[in-house]
Design a binder for this molecule. Structure first.
Ligand SMILES: [Zn+2]
Ligand SMILES: [Zn+2]
Length: 200
Protein backbone atom coordinates (compact mmCIF):
# COMPACT_ATOMS: atom_id res chain seq x y z
CA UNK A 1 0.00 0.00 0.00
CA UNK A 2 1.52 3.35 -1.01
CA UNK A 3 2.36 5.76 1.78
CA UNK A 4 -0.32 8.24 0.66
CA UNK A 5 -2.93 5.59 1.33
CA UNK A 6 -1.83 4.94 4.89
CA UNK A 7 -4.45 6.27 7.26
CA UNK A 8 -2.40 8.29 9.73
CA UNK A 9 -5.44 8.57 12.00
CA UNK A 10 -5.22 4.81 12.66
CA UNK A 11 -1.78 5.06 14.30
CA UNK A 12 -0.85 5.78 17.89
CA UNK A 13 2.46 6.62 19.54
CA UNK A 14 3.45 4.28 22.38
CA UNK A 15 4.65 6.56 25.16
CA UNK A 16 6.72 3.73 26.66
CA UNK A 17 8.91 2.49 23.78
CA UNK A 18 8.44 5.37 21.33
CA UNK A 19 7.30 3.18 18.44
CA UNK A 20 4.08 3.49 16.49
CA UNK A 21 1.30 0.95 16.76
CA UNK A 22 -1.97 0.42 14.91
CA UNK A 23 -2.80 1.06 11.28
CA UNK A 24 -5.27 -0.61 8.91
CA UNK A 25 -5.72 -3.14 7.41
CA UNK A 26 -2.40 -4.43 8.75
CA UNK A 27 -1.78 -3.63 12.34
CA UNK A 28 1.80 -2.78 13.25
CA UNK A 29 2.91 -3.35 16.82
CA UNK A 30 5.22 -1.43 19.11
CA UNK A 31 8.01 -3.13 21.04
CA UNK A 32 5.77 -3.57 24.10
CA UNK A 33 3.21 -5.67 22.25
CA UNK A 34 3.43 -9.45 21.68
CA UNK A 35 4.61 -10.71 18.28
CA UNK A 36 2.68 -13.84 17.45
CA UNK A 37 3.31 -16.09 14.42
CA UNK A 38 -0.04 -14.99 12.97
CA UNK A 39 0.97 -11.41 13.30
CA UNK A 40 4.43 -12.03 11.79
CA UNK A 41 2.74 -13.72 8.84
CA UNK A 42 1.15 -10.46 7.74
CA UNK A 43 4.56 -8.91 7.16
CA UNK A 44 6.11 -11.69 5.12
CA UNK A 45 8.11 -10.50 2.16
CA UNK A 46 8.78 -7.12 3.71
CA UNK A 47 12.23 -6.34 5.21
CA UNK A 48 10.81 -4.61 8.26
CA UNK A 49 7.56 -5.53 9.99
CA UNK A 50 6.09 -2.06 10.14
CA UNK A 51 4.88 0.64 7.77
CA UNK A 52 5.58 3.81 9.67
CA UNK A 53 7.86 5.25 12.35
CA UNK A 54 8.68 8.64 13.79
CA UNK A 55 11.69 10.48 12.36
CA UNK A 56 14.94 9.61 14.14
CA UNK A 57 15.97 13.27 14.40
CA UNK A 58 12.95 15.53 14.98
CA UNK A 59 10.72 12.68 16.29
CA UNK A 60 7.74 14.64 14.97
CA UNK A 61 7.26 13.78 11.32
CA UNK A 62 6.80 10.22 10.04
CA UNK A 63 8.93 8.00 7.81
CA UNK A 64 7.99 4.79 6.01
CA UNK A 65 9.92 1.81 7.29
CA UNK A 66 9.17 -1.06 4.94
CA UNK A 67 12.53 -1.77 3.41
CA UNK A 68 16.12 -1.77 4.53
CA UNK A 69 16.52 1.10 2.10
CA UNK A 70 14.05 3.29 3.91
CA UNK A 71 15.04 6.59 5.45
CA UNK A 72 15.29 7.05 9.22
CA UNK A 73 14.92 10.80 8.87
CA UNK A 74 11.89 12.69 7.58
CA UNK A 75 12.00 14.82 4.46
CA UNK A 76 12.75 18.12 6.21
CA UNK A 77 15.45 16.60 8.46
CA UNK A 78 17.08 15.07 5.39
CA UNK A 79 16.95 18.44 3.70
CA UNK A 80 18.73 20.10 6.64
CA UNK A 81 21.29 17.29 6.85
CA UNK A 82 21.97 17.56 3.14
CA UNK A 83 22.25 21.36 2.98
CA UNK A 84 24.60 21.47 5.97
CA UNK A 85 26.56 18.41 4.79
CA UNK A 86 27.12 19.90 1.35
CA UNK A 87 28.42 23.07 2.94
CA UNK A 88 31.11 20.97 4.61
CA UNK A 89 31.80 19.07 1.40
CA UNK A 90 29.95 15.86 2.26
CA UNK A 91 26.85 14.22 0.89
CA UNK A 92 24.88 14.72 4.08
CA UNK A 93 25.77 15.63 7.63
CA UNK A 94 23.95 12.82 9.45
CA UNK A 95 23.49 9.13 8.58
CA UNK A 96 19.73 9.35 8.04
CA UNK A 97 19.58 6.31 5.76
CA UNK A 98 18.97 2.86 7.16
CA UNK A 99 21.64 1.41 4.85
CA UNK A 100 25.24 2.68 5.08
CA UNK A 101 25.46 3.08 1.31
CA UNK A 102 22.63 5.64 1.49
CA UNK A 103 24.76 7.75 3.80
CA UNK A 104 27.82 7.62 1.60
CA UNK A 105 30.06 7.27 4.63
CA UNK A 106 31.36 3.76 4.12
CA UNK A 107 34.37 3.58 1.80
CA UNK A 108 34.49 0.75 -0.70
CA UNK A 109 37.29 -1.34 -2.14
CA UNK A 110 39.29 -1.13 -4.37
CA UNK A 111 39.71 2.58 -3.58
CA UNK A 112 40.13 1.74 0.11
CA UNK A 113 42.17 -0.88 1.94
CA UNK A 114 40.51 -3.52 4.13
CA UNK A 115 41.54 -1.57 7.25
CA UNK A 116 39.99 1.60 5.86
CA UNK A 117 36.77 -0.23 5.02
CA UNK A 118 36.60 -1.67 8.56
CA UNK A 119 37.38 1.72 10.06
CA UNK A 120 34.66 3.43 8.07
CA UNK A 121 32.16 0.72 9.04
CA UNK A 122 32.97 1.16 12.74
CA UNK A 123 32.68 4.93 12.44
CA UNK A 124 29.35 4.55 10.61
CA UNK A 125 28.03 2.24 13.35
CA UNK A 126 29.08 4.71 16.04
CA UNK A 127 27.35 7.56 14.26
CA UNK A 128 24.26 5.43 13.84
CA UNK A 129 24.23 4.42 17.54
CA UNK A 130 24.59 8.05 18.57
CA UNK A 131 21.56 8.89 16.46
CA UNK A 132 19.56 6.09 18.09
CA UNK A 133 20.46 7.40 21.55
CA UNK A 134 19.46 10.89 20.52
CA UNK A 135 16.11 9.62 19.27
CA UNK A 136 15.41 7.99 22.65
CA UNK A 137 16.33 11.12 24.62
CA UNK A 138 14.39 13.44 22.32
CA UNK A 139 11.39 11.11 22.37
CA UNK A 140 11.43 11.08 26.19
CA UNK A 141 11.55 14.86 26.27
CA UNK A 142 8.52 15.18 23.96
CA UNK A 143 6.59 12.28 25.52
CA UNK A 144 6.98 13.45 29.11
CA UNK A 145 4.12 16.01 29.19
CA UNK A 146 1.79 13.50 27.46
CA UNK A 147 2.42 10.48 29.66
CA UNK A 148 -0.16 11.55 32.24
CA UNK A 149 -2.92 11.11 29.63
CA UNK A 150 -2.37 7.35 29.13
CA UNK A 151 -0.03 4.72 27.68
CA UNK A 152 -0.46 5.88 24.07
CA UNK A 153 -1.48 9.00 22.23
CA UNK A 154 -2.96 9.16 18.71
CA UNK A 155 -0.31 10.07 16.13
CA UNK A 156 -2.48 13.01 15.02
CA UNK A 157 -2.51 14.28 18.59
CA UNK A 158 1.27 13.85 18.91
CA UNK A 159 1.79 15.96 15.78
CA UNK A 160 -0.70 18.56 16.96
CA UNK A 161 1.35 18.92 20.16
CA UNK A 162 4.71 18.66 18.34
CA UNK A 163 4.14 19.88 14.77
CA UNK A 164 6.80 18.94 12.21
CA UNK A 165 8.36 21.92 10.44
CA UNK A 166 11.61 23.04 8.86
CA UNK A 167 12.31 25.09 11.98
CA UNK A 168 11.76 22.07 14.24
CA UNK A 169 14.14 20.02 12.09
CA UNK A 170 16.85 22.70 12.18
CA UNK A 171 16.39 23.00 15.92
CA UNK A 172 16.75 19.24 16.44
CA UNK A 173 19.78 19.16 14.13
CA UNK A 174 21.35 22.01 16.05
CA UNK A 175 20.79 20.42 19.46
CA UNK A 176 22.02 17.08 18.15
CA UNK A 177 25.26 18.95 17.74
CA UNK A 178 27.26 16.70 15.41
CA UNK A 179 28.18 19.69 13.24
CA UNK A 180 27.11 23.31 13.64
CA UNK A 181 24.60 24.81 11.23
CA UNK A 182 26.65 27.49 9.43
CA UNK A 183 25.32 30.92 10.39
CA UNK A 184 25.15 32.04 6.77
CA UNK A 185 22.57 29.37 5.90
CA UNK A 186 20.00 32.03 6.59
CA UNK A 187 16.88 30.21 5.38
CA UNK A 188 17.57 27.46 7.94
CA UNK A 189 18.43 29.93 10.67
CA UNK A 190 15.31 32.00 10.04
CA UNK A 191 13.09 28.92 10.15
CA UNK A 192 14.70 27.95 13.44
CA UNK A 193 14.23 31.45 14.90
CA UNK A 194 10.52 31.38 13.94
CA UNK A 195 10.20 27.92 15.47
CA UNK A 196 11.87 28.95 18.71
CA UNK A 197 9.72 32.03 19.16
CA UNK A 198 6.53 30.03 18.52
CA UNK A 199 7.61 27.25 20.90
CA UNK A 200 8.00 29.63 23.77
ZN1 LIG B 1 5.54 0.30 23.14
ZN1 LIG C 1 12.51 14.83 11.13
Amino acid sequence: MPFEELDLAAFAVCLTCGCLQGGVPREQRCRCQPRTPDWEQQWQGQDISSDLDLCVLCVRDTVTTRTRWSWLGCETCRHVSQVVGERYGHRSALPLGRHSIMNGDVVQPPAATATEVTGSLIAATRRWNALREWRQAEFDRLAEPLRATGPTVPLIEWQRRWPPSLGASVDAFDRYGAVPVPTDLSSLRQAQARFRSSAR
